[in-house]
Design a protein around this ligand. Structure first.
Ligand code: SF4
Length: 462
């Protein structure tokens, strides 16, 4: 693959403004984080509400992923557009677990008897918003209702500092959690406040101590760059504070300001171009710092300590294997349909959807979703592989689709090459250059199909 000359990988000078007329136009580096394709805003109501039994019939079920979604948090962070609400009053968490149990029963009945889970995760929201007893029940649902052997497969759980209490961590460790991910965002109190994530560093340090004491094989720490007032020095200060705990993994997230979130009214202290440049500079400084401290880059966001154990090997391959999501914000993937429930960010709408979910008695049909056509499956495979540092294995792609990405996506790949975002040809893999990885949040959206783009554009945020 040809590449145009790129800026040095971790050049910390501000990103260029609009490119000269001859080159490709300036591409904003932070369009959206593509953690799944297509995005839920491209899902629509399924008029025929297909029965789950039909959807899962004939699907490979030997290495499924299981995801349980807990849509409760103690606070609503200003940057967050995940499907979650503040608090769970009046027995709502119990009612939610009751509904989760009913849904698990219906989904399990739709799977083959021999279905096996190779990977599990509890996400949110904040799963540790649940009490220790409720977390036991959550694990029971995964194990006894769904048949996942949590102690035998990698199990990842997300937590916040205030809810990572010793009793909850003890339950999670005992039930087989291999990876505990803590949302810290910044070790500087003023930055945490600025990101509408009010927490004190002392609270964070105490939570990290409890997590290390609980003995999870993998600790992940999430940090954010691009916060108002954050400088390179304060960013490196946060990174060093995290490194003091020798986390096996670190996720570095660029700050986004999204509709209907607490930061949506962010001031105009710097122009969009200046903010892009500052985030890129902080990203590069963060990468250099972690690489110098023995970490390897797995993707734009993810870094793994070179000598660290992984959360556990799994047969699950995100490009091809199915996912079973339980809970009202979770998605499920078969080879032909991605489906979920309604989606919202606004607090009132989120509450309505959760209330509808807990009132639901039967969960044996898919409600909202998007068909996965053969063409979309190719795009999904490309998106999910190319955004990883190791790139897309051309032999896997050919074995699955009988073609190459260059044959299927010539225009998209030419656009990336013109920007210097691809590594010059190896026969084995299609990979992003360091500059391409830095622009992952532009690369992903540029791979969306016109149909998905149109659906997302039509979607009205609620
Ligand atoms: S970032 Fe995490 S803790 Fe904060 S509101 Fe979103 S899900 Fe909850």
């Amino acid at each position: 693959m040809t590449t145009a000359p790129a800026r040095p990988a971790h050049d910390t000078t501000p990103a260029p403004g609009p490119a000269p007329a001859a080159g490709p136009p300036y591409t904003p580096p932070y369009r959206s984080y593509v953690y799944a394709y297509p995005h839920k805003t491209a899902y629509r109501e399924l008029p025929d509400r297909p029965p789950l039994r039909e959807l899962w019939e004939g699907e490979a079920q030997h290495a499924l992923s299981l995801y349980l979604h807990i849509p409760f948090c103690e606070v609503r962070c200003g940057f967050c557009n995940l499907f979650t609400r503040i608090g769970g009053p009046d027995g709502l968490t119990t009612a939610y677990l009751d509904a989760l149990d009913r849904q698990a029963g219906a989904v399990r009945a739709a799977l083959d008897e021999g279905a096996r889970f190779a990977l599990a995760a509890f996400g949110g929201g904040t799963p540790t918003y649940l009490s220790a007893a409720e977390l036991e029940r959550l694990c029971d649902i995964a194990e006894h209702r769904m048949g996942a052997d949590l102690r035998a497969v990698p199990l990842s759980v997300e937590a916040s500092p205030a809810t990572a209490t010793a009793d909850r961590l003890a339950v999670l460790a005992e039930r087989g959690t291999t990876r505990l991910s803590l949302g810290v965002q910044s070790f500087v109190d003023a930055e945490a406040r600025s990101a509408v994530r009010p927490q004190k560093r002392a609270e964070v340090e105490a939570a990290l101590g409890r997590i290390r004491d609980a003995g999870f094989p993998v600790l992940n720490i999430d940090l954010i760059y691009g916060i108002d007032g954050q400088t390179e020095a304060s960013w490196l200060h946060s990174l060093d504070a995290a490194l003091a705990w020798q986390p096996e993994e670190l996720y570095l997230y660029p700050l986004y300001v999204r509709p209907l979130t607490g930061l949506a009214r962010r001031g105009e202290a710097e122009s969009p171009l200046q903010w892009d440049a500052r985030r890129l500079a902080l990203y590069r400084a963060g990468c250099d710092h972690l690489l110098a401290h023995g970490y390897q880059q797995v993707s734009m966001r993810m870094f793994r300590r070179a000598a660290a154990p992984q959360a556990g090997m799994s047969e699950y391959a995100c490009q091809t294997d199915g996912m079973v999501g339980l809970g009202c914000g979770a998605r499920s993937y078969t080879s032909r349909l991605h489906y979920s429930f309604d989606y919202a960010v606004d607090a009132t709408e989120v509450r309505r959807i959760i209330d509808d979910y807990v009132a639901t008695e039967t969960f044996d049909r898919a409600v909202v979703g998007r068909a996965m056509t053969p063409a979309e499956a190719r795009r999904r495979h490309l998106v999910q592989s190319l955004l990883q540092a190791e790139g897309l294995a051309l032999s896997d792609y050919r074995a699955r689709f009988g073609s190459t990405p260059a044959e299927d996506f010539p225009a998209e790949l030419a656009a990336f090459a013109a920007r210097g975002w691809l590594v010059d040809g190896t026969d084995a893999a299609l990979r992003l250059s360091p500059e391409g990885l830095a622009h992952s949040d532009a690369v992903g959206p540029m791979l969306f199909s016109p149909e998905v783009r149109a659906l997302m554009a039509e979607y009205e945020a609620k």
